[in-house]
Design a protein around this ligand. Structure first.
Ligand code: FBP
Length: 345
């Protein structure tokens, strides 16, 4: 023994005492196996025939890259061989039923941030696993607290797997020679108070009052009377931003804004916000819309969007406190349009 802990041995141990643990482990192994193949394809890019060029439009009207289509096929193929009742993918309008009698359902974004392929910037796979209810579609519409495991893979300088399982978060790196994931960080805890934020600041003119107020405070720093001088990051890749938060804390915001197609935010509840929220909470962080805990939200449609604010507990709490002082224009907690009060303008 060389002391290395493989994903397989970790799963064996951590699924031993959870309901249907063997099935949960098998699904995670299937996703990890597909991720190893996908990592190789992404690393070769144009040499393997994937260019990041347009591949058409998916069922929800999003532009797809050729690599999105390949990633979706790879993940579906892997999950078809696993104990999975149904899969909801970003790339398809409705869940696809695999084995109706199986105990688990999976929501997946096969390749988030694929627009980064051309620029050689990190992108990733995000997954959420939950027990099947009586009816497949309503299973996916349950709140995020129904998830029994979730995680994401980052295809970057290293291929990293972040796994939320058994109420903790562990991180693995792909050993490219042995083609297996090895444990590198256990029971990760997010720093509770890092002065760093990530937001696409080019949208500032569209933001609602509370988001603008928080970011303006961060930018003003100690010269504006604040407690700290903040640093800013924006990679444009949800998985890379999330991994950074696990490494050093800070907050990430993709808020709702005034543009008609961003009234509910940009990111998707079922395969982006729910799994990231589980990762954040099980690593001691938080995830909110600004007004509601993400994990308490259920979906009404498979590809529903949601405002996502996540990361260090202190930052998420500060942002929620500003929201609390401002009334939404409509009484809709999931998609607030905020009243513009003098204080926040
Ligand atoms: P896709 O679902 O289209 O891949 O987009 C998701 C995403 O790339 C996130 O990874 C990232 O946080 C966000 O979009 C970036 O959005 P923007 O381009 O508006 O900054």
């Amino acid at each position: 023994m060389d002391g290395r802990v493989t994903l397989r041995s970790h799963l064996k141990q951590s699924t031993a005492h959870i309901p249907h643990g063997a099935a949960v482990g098998a699904v995670i192994e299937a996703i990890a196996a597909a991720a190893i193949e996908l990592a190789a394809l992404i690393a070769d890019g144009p040499l393997a025939g994937v260019t990041g060029q347009d591949g058409g439009i998916n069922s929800d009207g999003d532009r797809q890259k050729d690599i999105d289509i390949v990633a979706d096929e790879m993940m579906r193929h892997a999950l078809r061989g696993a104990p999975v009742a149904a899969v909801l993918s970003e790339e398809a309008a409705l869940p696809e039923t695999f084995r109706p009698e199986a105990y688990l359902c999976v929501a997946i974004d096969p390749l988030d941030g694929s627009a980064n392929l051309e620029n050689n910037i990190s992108m990733g796979t995000i997954f959420s696993i939950r027990p099947r209810g009586n009816d497949i579609l309503s299973t996916f519409f349950e709140p995020g607290t129904a998830q029994c495991a979730a995680g994401f893979i980052v295809y970057g300088p290293q291929t990293t797997l972040v796994l939320a399982l058994n109420a903790r978060v562990d991180i693995f790196i792909l050993d490219r020679r042995a083609l297996e994931f090895l444990l590198i960080r256990q029971a990760v805890q997010i720093a509770c108070d890092t002065p760093e934020f990530a937001i696409n600041a080019s949208n500032r003119r569209h933001w609602h009052g509370p988001v603008r107020a928080y970011i303006d405070e961060c930018l003003a720093g100690t010269s504006g009377g604040g407690e700290a001088d903040f640093n800013m990051r924006w990679i444009g890749s949800l998985v890379a931003e999330s991994l950074r938060i696990l490494a050093r804390g800070g907050v990430f915001l993709y808020p709702a804004d005034a543009r008609p197609s961003y009234r509910e935010g940009r990111l998707r509840l079922l395969y982006e916000a729910h799994p990231m929220a589980l990762v954040m909470e099980w690593a001691g962080g938080a995830a909110s819309t600004g007004r509601r805990r993400i994990l308490e939200l259920g979906a009404k449609t498979p590809h529903q969007r949601v405002p996502l604010i996540m990361g260090s507990v202190r930052g998420v709490r500060d942002i929620a406190a500003i929201h609390e002082r401002t009334q939404p224009m409509f009484d809709n907690n999931d998609a607030p349009l905020f009243a513009r009060r003098g204080l926040f303008r």
